[in-house]
Design a protein around this ligand. Structure first.
Ligand SMILES: [Fe+2]
Length: 306
């Protein structure tokens, strides 16, 4: 009964959000929202944080292609050894879990309690280097929505995030993805994207009301030889604008894929009702001691009054 109620509530929320999204498509609302977005960017331009040359290069690459690839090692963040130690512990735990029905489930997520018991992983995504990169790329104060630790099952039927789509929360969204196994070819289930200029052409043909796009439709718009895969050894780090780029997680064929996703948008997202934190507020409060003002504002962005 409780599950039935939860599903009904979920359906109801989805219907409301669908209605809100279509209301926003009305020209006058869209125009107002776009103008406000551009005004905020102009106002914030003078207060963007300084970046080292390596981080500037990542932002430049993101602006050009919507994606930049680096590694845990190259990022040289002090807390990385601890982050990786706990990440591999969770990977081990998740790999031992028996999935219920892999034909229905696309992936398994580490539970909020498992994540908050290994808070070094959640807090790694809140490090100031990432916040500065995100703020410079987004050109606005940044909101951190937390992290999702994925075990993506091999050989499932593609659905939802395994199909082509763009994220809808904001004008630009930054995802930082860390692979926890080698992703050397398509059989390993890489993150894939459509090159930016081609995606813009596809968008013109699709119009506004598209959702998740099957391969056959995308193939008719953009030939599959132009689809790009993010490949690399474990501990490869991908920065991707998932609002600007059509993307998906390719279903792995050779083995389950383990990866961690960290999510960022501006603090004024276009659709705040689609934004959710990966941890409940009380868990976040328990992690907040010792954080800087910048980190607190990114984490509790809904409470910040500018
Ligand atoms: Fe996505």
């Amino acid at each position: 009964m409780a599950i039935h109620k939860k599903r009904l509530l979920g359906e109801f929320k989805r219907a409301i959000n669908f209605g809100r999204r279509h209301l926003e498509d009305i020209f006058i609302f869209q125009n107002f929202s776009g103008n406000l977005y551009r005004k905020r960017i102009l106002e914030h331009a003078e207060t963007l944080p300084p970046l080292c040359s390596e981080d500037s290069a990542l932002v430049k690459q993101l602006r050009q292609d919507g994606v930049a690839i680096t590694s845990c090692n190259d990022l040289a963040i002090n807390s990385t050894p601890l982050f990786l130690e706990f990440a591999y512990k969770i990977k081990e735990k998740l790999s031992r879990e028996k999935p219920g029905n892999v034909f229905k489930e696309l992936f398994l997520l580490a539970s909020p309690s498992l994540v908050s018991n290994h808070s070094e992983i959640f807090l790694w995504g809140l490090n100031e280097k990432f916040l500065n990169i995100a703020e410079t790329y987004l050109e606005l104060p940044v909101a951190y929505h937390g992290m999702y630790f994925h075990r993506d099952f091999a050989n499932v039927k593609p659905a939802k995030s395994k199909l082509w789509h763009r994220d809808m929360e904001d004008y630009r969204s930054l995802k930082i993805i860390v692979y926890l196994n080698d992703i050397y070819d398509e059989s390993c289930g890489p993150m894939q994207f459509i090159p930016k200029s081609m995606g813009e052409k596809a968008l013109k043909k699709l119009g506004r009301n598209y959702g998740y796009i099957e391969d056959s439709l995308m193939q008719s718009l953009i030939p599959s030889h132009s689809w790009q895969s993010c490949l690399g050894p474990e501990q490869t780090v991908i920065l991707m604008d998932t609002a600007q780029l059509f993307h998906r997680g390719k279903v792995p064929r050779s083995a389950d894929r383990f990866a961690i996703f960290f999510d960022y948008t501006s603090r004024y997202p276009k659709r705040p009702y689609y934004c959710k934190s990966s941890l409940p507020k009380e868990k976040m409060l328990s992690l907040a001691s010792g954080l800087s003002d910048q980190q607190i504002k990114a984490l509790f962005w809904r409470d910040v009054v500018d």
